[in-house]
Design a protein around this ligand. Structure first.
Ligand code: NAD
Ligand code: ZN
Length: 343
């Protein structure tokens, strides 16, 4: 079968022919991959940045966002059957640590990540443990089911607090920020302000329903937000991973407001916590992954009932063979989500 691999330590990936997996553990499932989408993590692995060098052990099949069909199940599998359409949670939990036992599998102490610590889904077939499979509703198009995992990030970040009637600032309108605009709107946010520096993504933020989009490279974000809202915003959803965006975002939050941080900064950042967080009585939440499986249920319902429409987030669907074009689009940020079609 064809697979996209990190064959050796170094930049780049290759599409190559590998053996179709034949051995299934008792709780493993063989999935025929039908759609696979490219995530920022895949780009880190492609570039072979510091994080990838410390984490990835080649040879490895990369990729983790997918929609596929169950074609074979291990002897002890009970939750899915041949023919089911499934998406996968990327966080593979151990199911026996403190966190797993107390309903917090997404922060399992012994977490393994699909396509990072184990062979991933940029392949015609993948072996995935049944624990992380989600049978999605048949009404959901495969192109959208493929991005349910990052969509879950947007939902998880936006659902730490009740957004009904709240004013919200989203810093960063990458694919997840774009999805979060719609999630905040569905949750009843009264005003969604977005800060974004990239022209294409500014346009996409508008198309996905942002009430106001501010480019902090052109205008002072804090001043603009307080011009619009005397009290600043109730809630900040940090989705840029940019230090300046986060710092200015905190300044935009009203005293006693809430902050939900998804963005990854890739190292230490220097922020005056006393002045910006503690003395202003803010509550901050760190978000990793998706709640298993509350977030997935919400993602499924919002897509099944079309309360959220991802057609303006998924900008490209390409044949699997054109994966290099997909990576190029992602590297140059000329896209929202890029989905590869393996049918
Ligand atoms: P992305 O990198 O595509 O999006 C980030 C966006 O922020 C880009 O559009 C970029 O132009 C914008 N940006 C950069 N500097 C900015 C600034 N100063 N002000 C406003 N916007 C700015 O990433 P994504 O895939 O949408 O993911 C969003 C963030 O969430 C990333 O930091 C990613 O690493 C992180 N992430 C975290 C988790 C988790 O579990 N915590 C999971 C997935 C992604
Ligand atoms: Zn665990």
């Amino acid at each position: 079968m064809k697979a996209i691999m990190k064959q050796t330590a170094g930049p780049g990936l290759v599409m190559t022919e590998v053996e179709k997996p034949t051995e299934l553990g008792p709780r493993d499932v063989l999935v025929k991959i039908r759609r696979a989408s490219i995530c920022g993590t895949d780009i880190h692995i492609y570039k072979w940045d510091e994080w990838s060098q410390s984490r990835i052990i080649p040879p490895l099949i990369t990729g983790h966002e997918m929609a596929g069909e169950v074609v074979e199940v291990g002897s002890a599998v009970t939750q899915v059957k041949v023919g089911d359409l499934v998406a996968a949670e990327t966080h593979i939990p151990c199911e026996h640590c403190y966190q797993c036992k107390t309903g917090r599998m997404h922060i399992c102490k012994n977490l393994k990540i699909l396509g990072v610590d184990t062979n991933g889904i940029f392949a015609e077939y993948a072996v995935i443990p049944e624990t992380v499979l989600w049978r999605f509703s048949k009404e959901i198009p495969l192109d959208f089911a493929s991005v349910m995992e990052p969509f879950g990030n947007a939902i998880h970040t936006a659902s730490v607090t009740n957004l009904l009637g709240k004013t919200v600032l989203i810093t960063g309108a990458g694919p997840i920020g774009l999805m979060a605009i719609q999630v905040a709107k569905v949750a009843g946010a009264s005003t969604v302000i977005v800060s974004e520096v990239d022209p294409l993504r500014i346009q996409m933020a508008r198309e996905n329903g942002a009430d106001v989009v501010i480019n902090p490279a052109e205008k002072d974000l804090v001043r603009e937000v307080y011009k619009l809202l005397d009290d600043g915003v109730d809630v900040l959803l940090e989705m840029s991973g940019n230090r300046k965006a986060f710092e200015d975002g905190l300044k935009c939050v009203t005293m006693g407001g809430e902050v939900s941080v998804l963005g990854i900064f890739g190292g230490k950042i220097d922020i005056n916590i006393d002045a910006l967080l503690t003395m202003r009585g803010l509550t901050m939440y760190g978000i990793t992954g998706r709640r298993m499986f509350e977030t997935w249920r919400i993602a499924d319902e919002l897509l099944r009932t079309k309360k959220v429409d991802l057609s303006k987030v998924v900008t490209h669907v390409l044949p699997f063979d054109q994966w290099e074009k997909g990576f190029e689009l992602m590297l140059n940020k000329q896209c929202g989500k890029v989905v590869l079609n393996l049918d």
